[in-house]
Design a protein around this ligand. Structure first.
Ligand code: C2O
Length: 569
């Protein structure tokens, strides 16, 4: 740490930054995370769920840009587990990224693994979650990165800040829900509730005593760090009678804009400023489903928490029922798309790659596998099993090793590097797709990128089985969202409309249902990086692929050696 600090001071002086900045020493934060089965009661039932340290949601990590984290995970549960620090770039430390069988083997029951990583040039709201099977349904928490000491937000300092973790609750062990779906081939059971900071809220049975209350003083402006930790559902979120000013998303600052409602996909974070400018009282904040796939069952309930004014007057009103905000209807794609389209990066000017080395086109969507004979394993429509793919490849996790370990040790037979850069067959992706194109091949295929190459990916949603908004997350990177549109991407006309000036910077972006979204990034972080749909139901069906980013020149462009306690398969 010392030597790092001296380097900083040198940099500080050379750039004529004040002496105070030199005293701002990056810190190392040590945490013990014990994965523990814990009884938790919601909706009049008690479930023994996996938690970190008995907390649901798990502990909030608070750090500053430049700090390091050392998190010792001990698995006292009965399932294999890994943890992922969603949105952290993990420069040269892919060993700490966490997706099971991608960058590490699982931490077995009774085992331990210590995640070590440093925050490099990132600030804002991120989160952490389990990254094996469906354990992240209950194993998740906020990861808040404050600016370095001596620097500040690009907006006035809010009077208070609150993480708002949106989640999903099942009246069963989520691992059993997944298991059942794996056996039947059908869609998994929908959740029984949505939650705000682990609490369903007043609109559900047995829930009002636990409803989360956020205190506010009349007149002040607060910052809400909204995180969608739900397993399988995009959500609309609003606060009765209060507008929200969006200032940051996925740990990147954005040009402020004001809205009555936000749409947030699983994996995404959105920071909003809220001014308590209404008559003193209690106001519901509420979240409910944005379900983009027609005809697919979803949890149609609404979770609430309360924004409560702390003033002499609020006591008078507290007896009354708080007002509910107006939320869009569940299939309001126009509102969802219009909201997402308003983002503009605050600091992305001049950073977007203009020359592209790797022009990739990914057809993203669902699929089905036909069953030759009716049997209990084929309970999706018309006696099929659901599947999903990118460029007709349904991703299969390795079982004997992680891809990163196999790569580092040169172990053959774990993965191949023939992931197709374009779909093997071109078709009318959003039209009426012939049934012959509904069944993908299965494989553990990676796509190689040279260090420093500039990459564009057009993520084209398909109408195989149904159109749907897939929140696509790329590990190890954030990317510029340069364009989006309806229908099939047109390579000769659509790029002319790209925003190469101030595009939003995200780590998770929805493919417009029945449309496309284009992203760009520079492959400056060597390692093995998973890209996948953040609806966990679709990961299990194979909606994923991996990028293998080669080392560059020298130590600073190469992955570090694996930690000695890295779990072996
Ligand atoms: Cu937030 Cu691969 O995940």
């Amino acid at each position: 740490m010392e030597s790092q600090n001296i380097k900083w001071c040198f940099l500080g002086f050379s750039m004529f930054i004040t002496f105070a900045a030199c005293l701002a020493k990056p810190e190392t934060h040590f945490h013990n995370f014990e994965i523990t089965p814990t009884p938790v009661s919601r909706l009049c039932t008690t479930q023994h769920i996996m938690t970190v340290n008995g907390q649901y949601p798990g502990p909030t990590l608070e750090v500053r840009d430049g700090d390091s984290l050392v998190i010792k995970v001990t698995n006292r549960g009965k399932y294999d587990i890994t943890l992922h620090w969603h949105g952290i770039r993990q420069m040269r430390t892919p060993w700490a990224d966490g997706p099971v069988y991608i960058t590490q083997c699982p931490i077995k029951p009774g085992g331990t693994y210590t995640y070590r990583f440093t925050i490099e040039n990132q600030e804002g709201t991120l989160w952490w979650h389990a990254h094996s099977k469906w354990l992240r349904a209950t194993v998740y928490g906020a990861l808040i990165i404050y600016p370095k000491l001596g620097s500040s937000y690009p907006f006035p300092k809010p009077a208070r800040e609150f993480p708002i973790l949106l989640g999903e609750w099942w009246n069963r062990d989520p691992m059993h829900v997944l298991r059942q779906a794996t056996i039947t081939g059908a869609a998994p059971n929908i959740s029984d509730a949505y939650t705000i900071n682990g609490q369903p809220g007043d609109l559900y049975r047995c829930s009002s005593t636990g409803t989360t209350i956020y205190p506010v003083q009349a007149g002040e402006t607060i910052l809400l760090r909204v995180i969608n930790a739900a397993l399988n559902q995009q959500l609309f979120f609003a606060i009765a009678n209060h507008q929200m000013t969006v200032v940051e998303a996925d740990a990147a600052y954005h040009k402020p804009f004001t809205t009555n409602v936000i749409m947030i996909g699983p994996g995404q974070t959105t920071n909003v400023l809220v001014t308590a400018n209404q008559p003193a009282g209690s106001y519901y904040m509420a979240a409910t489903a944005y379900a983009s796939a027609p005809g697919i069952a979803f949890d149609n309930t609404t979770t609430t928490a309360i924004l409560e004014y702390n003033s002499p007057h609020s006591k008078v009103q507290r007896g009354g029922q708080p007002i509910l905000p107006q939320l869009p209807v569940w299939n309001d794609t126009n509102t969802a798309n219009a909201f997402t389209a308003r983002f503009r990066g605050l600091n992305s000017q001049g950073k977007v790659p203009l020359e592209i080395d790797e022009n990739l086109f990914f057809a993203v969507g669902l699929g089905v596998i036909n069953c030759s004979q009716p049997n209990f394993r084929c309970q999706a429509p018309n006696n099929t099993r659901f599947t999903a793919s990118i460029n007709n490849v349904s991703f299969v996790l390795p079982k004997r090793n992680s891809i990163l370990q196999a790569l580092y040790q040169n172990t053959p037979g774990v993965f191949t590097t023939d992931f197709p850069p374009v779909p093997p067959v071109q078709f009318d992706y959003t039209g009426n797709v012939p049934r012959g194109l509904w069944t993908p091949v299965r494989g553990t295929k990676a796509y190689k990128l040279k260090f420093g190459s500039t990459v564009q990916i057009v993520l084209q949603n398909t109408n195989i089985s149904t159109i749907e908004d897939h929140p696509m997350h790329l590990h190890g990177y954030h990317f510029f969202v340069v364009g989006t549109g309806k229908g099939n991407f047109n390579p000769s006309t659509d790029p002319a409309r790209f925003n190469l000036v101030d595009p939003p910077v995200r780590n998770t972006i929805g493919t417009t249902p029945g449309g496309w979204v284009a992203i760009r990034f520079i492959a400056d972080n060597p390692g093995v990086w998973l890209m996948h749909c953040h609806l966990d139901v679709h990961i299990g069906w194979g909606l994923a692929m991996v990028f293998l980013v080669e080392d560059g020149v020298g130590k600073l462009e190469s992955i570090e050696a694996p930690p000695i306690d890295l779990p072996q398969c």
